[in-house]
Design a binder for this molecule. Structure first.
Ligand code: HEC
Length: 138
């Protein structure tokens, strides 16, 4: 018999027990997204956003079709601790010269209310599609 004892232990970094308040509101999240100027580096398919300041960096898409499961925990981490959860898209430069996310750390200037609402807003913008079959296995 194989006993997988290690898989039963939880570490301090485990996401077990993580839950945002259920009061997250996508519309308030959209407003916070604008107030915090997230659109300076992000585009959201289907949404008209203020124009970005002139910059050479291509915007990173948030929302739209994806086959990655965007958990609340992942999105919160991406927002408050971006260098831990770096999204890499071939067409976008994600990191600076030191390998850290180009996204600023939003730990000082975001309230839990805004964070909860922004996550509700982003979740409302993702459309999950079935993972595409891998041709190598067909
Ligand atoms: C100065 C540019 C910049 C600003 C401002 C910015 N971001 Fe980002 N963001 C990035 C970059 C670059 C990435 C891709 C690298 C990474 O995941 O850290 C990213 C990634 C993300 C991701 C993960 C996307 C994925 O597909 O996994 C989320 C979620 C996100 N940002 C949300 C926000 C929110 C919400 C705000 C406003 C509070 C914001 N960002 C402001 C540059 C920015």
């Amino acid at each position: 018999m194989v006993v997988l004892a290690a898989s039963c232990t939880t570490s301090r970094q485990s996401s077990a027990g993580f839950r945002l308040p259920s009061s997250g509101d996508p519309e308030r999240g959209r407003v916070a997204f604008l107030e915090l100027k997230c659109y300076q580096c992000h585009e959201v398919p289907g949404l008209t956003l203020p124009s970005r300041e002139a910059t050479s960096a291509r915007p990173v898409r948030l929302g739209g079709e994806t086959d990655r499961v965007m958990t609340d925990g992942y999105l919160v981490t991406a927002i408050i601790n971006p260098s831990w959860a770096i999204a890499r898209y071939p067409e976008v430069r994600s990191t600076d010269s030191r390998g850290a996310s180009r996204m600023p750390v939003h730990a000082e200037n975001i309230t839990v209310r805004q964070l909860t609402d922004i996550v509700a807003f982003l979740q409302s913008r993702y459309v999950y599609r079935e993972a595409l079959p891998n041709p190598a296995y067909n």
